[in-house]
Each structure stands twice: as structure tokens, then as C-alpha cells.
Design a protein around this ligand. Sequence first.
Ligand code: PLP
Length: 521
Amino acid sequence: MDDEEFRRRGKEMIDYIADYLLHISDRRVTPEVEPGYLRPMLPKNAPEKSEKWENIMQDVEQAIMPGITHWQHPRFHAYFPAGNSYPSILGEMLSSGLGIVGFSWAASPACTELETIMLDWIGRMIDLPVAFLPFDPNHDYEESDNESSSQTDEDDDINEDHLLNSVKNDDEQKQAEHIGGGVILGSASECILVAMLAARTKKITSKRLTDPLIEDGQILARLVCYTSKLAHSCVEKAGLIAMVRVRQLAVDEHFSLRGKTLEECIRADKEKGLIPFLVSGTLGTTSCCSYDNLKEIGEICQREQLWFHVDGAYAGSAFICEEFRYIMKGLEYADSFNTNPNKWLLMNFDCSCFWVRDKFALINAMSVDPLYLQHKHAQQAVDYRHWGVALSRRFRSLKLWFTIRSYGIEGLRHYIREHCRLAKVFELLISTDCRFDIIGDVTLGLVCFRLKGSNKLSQKLLLSLNDSGRIHMVPSMVNDLYIIRFAVCAKHATDDDMHVAFHIIQEHADSVIAEHRAQRN
Ligand code: PLP
């Protein structure tokens, strides 16, 4: 493909994507293919000779599209939203076009610097605790208030120069103490793994200070991480990779992990000689969008010197709206936090934002420094290769920059608020049909419901709905109840979409209940 053909094909591709998204509702939500469907449709070996572009695109329609689950479809209500927007797609396109690999500042300074700035923008958009953000000389830090109020009368005698100097030194001191920061990683799973690895290194280092003869392996074998039964399975997976125990604790009647449960488990583990090192809490569980009690958990983590990570993969985006910030109460106790703009902030996958209170704790766990990656600005610049698992990194902040600027925070807030309003519309519809129960509180864009009666009945209902290809949802299990999760996902979801979904669900409920009754008689 030469330059001219690239221009032509590129424009055609934009048209193809725009048409796909415009007419997406003409398609089934889920494909009707069986595992292995694609192999017989494609040649066994890669082509020796170049193929015509038209033929490749023809195969997209004939072979690929039949196997696509249409995540942007108005009847797609599974999981959580898969972010998508035109500015984000174009940002991705530019990132691919530039073809850079931003593992260090020197590898492409704009890639690193825009990433840091975007993390600061989003951090402020969602009102993260200041400890996660860079030092801001204009911010009224509470600590500096305390310090100034503790001054004595003698201070009045200090000459102006001295005063200016001490303010400067004070700022420098604060700046030095301010060691938080953020990075974009590929997934929430990666953020949680990285938090776990940082917490693990920190605990091992501190244990070795008090017991220099102990070996790392002996400490590792005793480490314990705590999370709730409703935390995403990636916490358990991170434990597998990091080779540490993960305790999945019971939740209360609001599906929330409480301090008392955590405290009892920590006490029992310490009695057994184990070493608690991390709690991974959740704001907006995948199962039912419930929230752990961060304040209770945070106080325990502080007392027990445990790393406290908070996973807000979905719910975090809602904090751009002030009315949802009550949910983040207690986040000031956290050592690290993640949220995925690629779920609910109109960014394409992948884009997981991860902030830490102490970037050195992270860097200590992740740094290796071969000669070929060193550069002369390493002391003053950020090298994101030390902030995660991968070395090579894409220019993901471009899509954040494009999308935030194109929508404005106001536009993004409108999108979030619409999804939350529509979830309430759907909740109301479900509650008008006495055959259903709503499970949990509807606070954001997720509604969980079930048919009254046995788990089997709701299971049959969901199977029937998904098999129909008219709508797509996934189940979850909370406190032994099988529930159906209805997430508002489509970017331009409407009231009408909620009504259509409700009627499809009612129709299938009619036949599932009728069949159930017939089998009983
Ligand atoms: N945490 C929560 C609360 C989630 O809902 C999800 C996925 O839906 C994850 C973590 C895992 O996200 P990822 O696919 O980015 O690893």
C-alpha cells in the first residue's frame, strides 16, 4: 500500500466504521457461530503474495463480522460499557500513525509528558485526594494551615527575606513530600497486579529491616491479601501471579466489605503467624455495583500498616459528577486507586488509569535499568517503564486528550448522568412487574434483578434471552442469589431502549414461567 492508497483506504475505513456504528442495531447483538467457525473460512497458511485490499475488506464482512459480538449495540447490556467515541477512535488512529514506543521520557518526551498531564487532569476531574496528584503551590494544603497556625510571636520579627525563603523552603519541602502520581496501564487487572507487587515489595523490605536474617521466600509464604467475595476475579489472579494468599471475605446485606469482618480475619491470620500486607477494596463491584466501606477498611489498614488499594474500574468515572462523590468517602486512606476510562468515559480500550500515593514504592518493585534504556534526563523526568510490567507502551494519552477536549468535562458529565438516569428508568419498569425483584441499590448505570423464586428460573430466563440474540446480559451471584445484570452501555442509549429491553425481558419471562408451570403440572 503506497501513500496515495493509504489516503484512499483510510477514508474508506472511516466511512466503514461510521456506517457500522450508525446501522449497528440492524444486526443481532450476539453472533450465531460455534467455536472453531473461522478456521475453515480462512486459508491454512499466510499468503505468499500480496492480496488486494478489496478482498481483505470483503472477508471482514464475510468472515469476521459473523463472529462479532456487537458491544456498541443498543441492546448490549452485559458486563460494563466498552467505551467508544469518535474523538477517541481518532486519537487511537494518530497514536498508531505516529508509531512511537514511549517506555521512557527520552523515547518520546511528549508521550510521557501528555500522559502525566492527563492523569493530573482526570485526577482533578474525579476529585482524587491531593496525595495522588502532583504538588500544587496554589493549593491550600491542610498541613500547611496547621503549620502556620503553630507560629509564635517571635516569628513576627523575622525579616521579609527570611520569610520569603522560609515559604520557598516550605514549598520545596512539601514538593519533596509529595510523591504521588499516575500512569496509564492496559487493564484494571494490571493495575491491581502492580499494586499487589508494590505492596509485596514494601512489606518484604520492612520485614527484613526488623529481621535481617529472614529470607524473602519465608516472608512471601506468609503474606496475605484481603478482598471481598464480590471483588473482581483479577484480585484472585494477581494473587496467583504474585504467589500470595488472597482471602475473599463475606460482605454485609448491602454487599459491602465491612471493617469488622476484615479485622477478625486479620486477627486470626496474625495468630497463625501470617503477615497481612494488602487490602483490595472495590468501589462499584462487577457483580452488583456495590461499594466497600473504605473508611472502616482504611482505618484498619493504617493501624496495621497494610497497603490499601481501591478498584474503581467502572464507578470511578462517575466521580466527575459531584453528586456521586459521596461514594468515594474514605478514599483518602488509599495507597493506590484505579479506574478505567475505557469502560465509562468514552475512551476506547485500552486505558486504565492508576494512581499511587508513593511512586517510589511502585518504582522500587518494578525497576531494572539496563544501559540501553538509560538516558541523561532520567533524574528529572518520569520513565513510565518503571511503573508497570510492560516495557513498550503506546501513546494512550492522546485519546484521553482528544476526547476530554472534544466533549469538555460538561459533556462527559452529561453522558454519565444520562446513563444513571436511564438505569433508574429501567429499575422503575422492572419494579412495575411483580414477578421480578430488584437486587441491591441502583446508584449508577447498573440494575440487578431476578425472577422471584429459584435461581434456576432466572438462569433459564437469561439463557432464553441470550439465545434469542435480541439482547445480551450476563449473570452474577451475590450472597447465593443468581442475578441478572442490566448495564446501560450504549453511548446514545435512550428511554426507548429501556422500554424495548424491558418488553423483550417480559416476553421471555412469560414463556419461561409458562414452561416452568407446565413442567410442574
Ligand atoms: N475491576 C472491576 C470492578 C471490574 O468491573 C473489572 C471488569 O469489568 C475489572 C476489575 C477487570 O478489568 P480489566 O478488564 O480492565 O482487567
